[in-house]
Design a protein around this ligand. Structure first.
Ligand code: RFL
Ligand code: PHB
Length: 390
């Protein structure tokens, strides 16, 4: 088989890139290791920047998002038994974020891909990437006991942190940067109305907590938990008790409990691999960088990588110009590092670290107090949260 762009991974970055390229008549094939059901079963991000929504519009995949997504014009920080609202809209000249689950984005993009008759090969095992440092890259994969080969012009590595794309690059060609955080997030999804109509990020002496949602009747909550904690140790009752203890009384009173239908623990890390291009292979999204979820940036960064790569490939096919694909890595990384910094800062400010000490604790309290009482500081948070310019 031959295609123009071979995309590895059918997460949001692979699907969005494929959809955008489809709108300009560039052919793609997606190779996905898991089944479609498995990909759709993963519960992850929930907050979309306006730029991400605009890109989904450009891909003609935003109809349901506009019908069902919840525009949010503010978030709250909770500490000292009080909620402090950050008015995103007022501080950014009218920008907002949209609450719409990654699962739904993935669903919409998969439906679009099906409707356009584009090829996705699920359960493709042992994907290997070859000759991407030359003019004629190709991939092989196994399916139903047979090895197949796909030739292409370029490979887009959209296969997440554990994928094969980054690992296919010789180690000496990559520089990696990493920060580990000594805790995880225990997340719960439940069919109950949210405690507050906006997201609440809470700093409490027992640890961080986040009240989020997927809709007006479905809530997503998280609590900071020790590294290595096991989900089995957290009954629903223990989770709801711990969540309420970390929230101001008025917010805790609004928490409606119910049986959880998803419960998982995610580790927190910051990671960047540079550069994002090796000959005819591009790294995109989580394949190249990971941020802790505190700033709600992971999916949005995947979308901004896709935006830069899409415009580069469009100029390559339409105008035979290499300028856009040559600039991809530099442009995408400049935006990535700003979001890495923001996510690290939000994580540091809102979590309890085992080794903070009294001095560090007072600094954290002073930072929160300054943040909510200074318009300049609140504006810095707001403009990063809604998404920096491209
Ligand atoms: P994905 O979603 O990991 O998709 C990669 C796909 O590649 C497949 N794959 C392979 N396919 C073929 N061959 C191989 N060898 C392969 N290896 C892997 C995988 O099966 C998968 O289908 O990466 P992508 O597309 O770059 O998307 C990135 C986002 O998923 C991620 O950044 C976000 O989920 C991060 N994130 C959040 N981001 C936000 O912008 N806002 C949020 O509110 C937010 N909350 C979160 C999050 C991530 C979380 N977890 C669990 C990590 C909350 C959580 C709890
Ligand atoms: C979520 O709803 O899953 C969510 C929201 C905001 C974050 C992280 C996760 O910062």
């Amino acid at each position: 088989m031959r295609t123009q762009i071979l995309i590895v991974g059918s997460g949001p970055s692979g699907l969005l890139l494929g959809q955008l390229l489809g709108t300009i008549g560039v052919e793609t094939v997606i190779l996905e290791r898991s089944s479609r059901e498995h990909v759709l079963g993963r519960v992850r991000a929930g907050v979309l920047e306006q730029g991400t929504v605009e890109l989904l519009e450009e891909a003609d995949a935003a109809a349901r998002l506009h019908a069902e997504g919840l525009p949010h014009s503010g978030i709250s920080l909770a500490f000292d038994q009080r909620l402090h609202r950050i008015d995103l809209e007022a501080l950014t000249g009218g920008k907002h974020v949209t609450v719409y689950g990654q699962t739904e984005v993935t669903h919409d993009l998969m439906d679009k891909r099906d409707a356009a008759g584009l090829t996705t090969i699920y359960e493709a095992a042992n994907v290997t990437l070859n000759d991407f440092d030359g003019e004629a890259p190709f991939a092989t994969y196994d399916k139903d006991g047979v090895t197949h080969r796909i030739d292409c012009d370029f490979i887009a590595g959209c296969d997440g942190y554990h994928g094969v794309s980054r690992k296919s690059v010789p180690e000496r060609a990559l520089k990696t940067f990493e920060r580990h955080y000594p805790f995880g997030w225990l997340g719960v999804l439940a069919e109950v109305p949210p405690a507050d109509h906006e997201l609440v990020y809470a700093n409490h002496e027992r640890g961080f907590a986040l009240c989020s949602m997927r809709s007006t009747h479905r809530s997503r909550y998280y609590v900071q938990c020790p590294e290595g904690d096991r989900v089995e140790a957290w009954s629903d009752d223990r989770f709801w008790d711990e969540l309420r203890r970390r929230l101001p009384e008025q917010t805790a009173a609004g928490v409606v409990t119910g049986p959880s239908f998803e419960k998982s623990i995610a580790p927190l890390r910051s990671f960047v691999a540079e550069p994002l291009r090796f000959g005819r292979l591009f790294l995109v999204g989580d394949a190249a960088h990971i941020v802790p979820p505190t700033g709600a940036k992971g999916l949005n960064l995947a979308a901004s990588d896709v935006r830069y790569l899409f415009t580069g490939l469009r100029d390559y096919y339409r105008e035979k110009s290499h300028a856009g694909i040559d600039a991809y890595s530099g442009k995408a990384l400049a935006r990535v590092w700003k979001a890495v910094r923001f996510s690290w800062w939000m994580t540091t400010m809102l979590h309890r670290f085992p080794d903070t000490g009294d001095f560090g604790q007072r600094i954290q309290e002073a930072e929160l107090d300054y943040l909510v009482h200074s318009r300049a500081a609140s504006t810095a948070l707001a403009e990063n949260y809604v998404g920096l310019p491209y």
